[in-house]
Design a protein around this ligand. Structure first.
Ligand SMILES: CCCCCC/C=C/CC(=O)SCCNC(=O)CCNC(=O)[C@H](O)C(C)(C)COP(=O)(O)OP(=O)(O)OC[C@H]1O[C@@H](n2cnc3c(N)ncnc32)[C@H](O)[C@@H]1OP(=O)(O)O
Length: 304
């Protein structure tokens, strides 16, 4: 099993830089009346992700900052896993809110350039990193809230689906869904399982076959997201929902979450290497490579 050492090496090589140990503008500092002492906030950053932990509330904000579209590249996934692990091991942290620092895009999903024109070894390493991200996020003990402040196709949607709660900006130009079929690729069983657990079998089956992307108001109708808010209210709403979830004792909530998600997590853990081999043989087929190239061309043409 090369999976764990490979990721561990990448994590060990990557520098996570502490930024500061005082309050920052998004959390309590922004709401605290002037003159009162401010509770400490810790921040750390790497190239593609910024994390701020408000120690008084136990809530961290993780912001994706990988322009132009926050695609989930190998580097992004590695940094995501490092950041999440740091928070998971930090006793001061009980909940994480995920949002984008890139305007209009939450995440454009898996980085297509990582799945196109590369070696079999590269595809395997990339897929292990995708698995690792999902296992850590879906299996997190912390309360996880996606503050979806932009479009979120495919892997971006998976990030949101893997959280405990999804709040999306009410802009109908922002869309979300598992659109893999539109690229000529197939969402793997654990994407599907995660989707079914949120929206139910019928909606998931139809949406996956059609590769549907839903504007925010439609996504709300069938529970793909839990609520919509105006953009300027998103952070406040996410903090309020987080406070509700954190009002419960951690152990009861964590055991319940684990009970609901364990079977799906265990299924990938039991078939992890098989899933990697399946991905590598699928993605390296010439017909699939051609579909991905055409899709990238279509994205470029759309601009001109
Ligand atoms: C058993 C086998 C299992 C296989 C399963 C594989 C699973 C895959 C899941 C995935 O996540 S596949 C990726 C799916 N993602 C998408 O379909 C999104 C594609 N992107 C868009 O729709 C749009 O870019 C956007 C996100 C709506 C943003 O639109 P906007 O007009 O603001 O920007 P663009 O001009 O389109 O893009 C800017 C720039 O970024 C490049 N790009 C966009 N998305 C990706 C991506 N996912 N990966 C890599 N690069 C991406 C785009 O090509 C532009 O590049 P340029 O060089 O500036 O032209």
């Amino acid at each position: 099993m090369a999976a764990v050492p490979t990721l561990a090496r990448r994590i060990a090589r990557s520098g996570v830089r502490p930024l500061c140990r005082w309050p920052l503008a998004w959390g309590r500092a922004a709401r605290q009346p002037p003159g009162l002492p401010l509770a400490p906030c810790r921040a750390f950053s790497n190239n593609k992700i910024l994390v701020e932990l408000d120690e008084s509330s136990g809530v961290a904000m993780m912001k994706f900052k990988s322009p132009p579209v926050n695609s989930l590249s190998l580097d992004f996934l590695t940094e995501f896993c490092i950041s999440l692990e740091k928070l998971e091991n930090d006793r001061a942290c009980r909940g994480v809110i995920f949002a984008s620092a890139v305007p209009r895009i939450f995440s454009s999903g898996l980085d297509i350039t990582e799945m196109s024109g590369k070696s079999m070894e590269h595809y395997a390493e990339f897929w292990r990193a995708v698995q690792e991200m999902w296992l850590r996020l879906y299996g997190s003990n912390m309360v996880t809230i996606a503050a979806v402040n932009g479009s979120s196709p495919a892997g971006g949607c998976l990030v949101a689906l893997s959280c405990d709660y999804r709040i999306m900006v009410e802009n109908p130009k922002f869309s979300i869904g598992l659109n893999e079929a539109q690229l000529g690729i197939v969402a793997p069983f654990w994407f599907k399982d995660t989707f079914v657990n949120v929206v139910g079998h019928r909606i998931a089956e139809r949406s996956l076959q059609l590769g549907s992307l839903y504007p925010a108001p439609e996504a709300l109708k069938f529970g793909l997201v839990d609520e919509l808010v105006p953009e300027e209210k998103l952070q406040e709403k996410a903090m309020a929902v987080m406070a509700q979830w954190l009002a419960l004792p951690d152990h009861a909530r964590q055991l319940t979450k684990s009970m609901m998600r364990k079977a799906v997590l265990d299924r990938l853990v039991a078939h992890r290497e098989e899933d990697v081999q399946n991905f590598v043989s699928f993605i390296s087929k010439e017909s699939i490579q051609k579909s991905l190239r055409m899709y990238m061309e279509m994205l470029k043409k759309k601009k001109s």
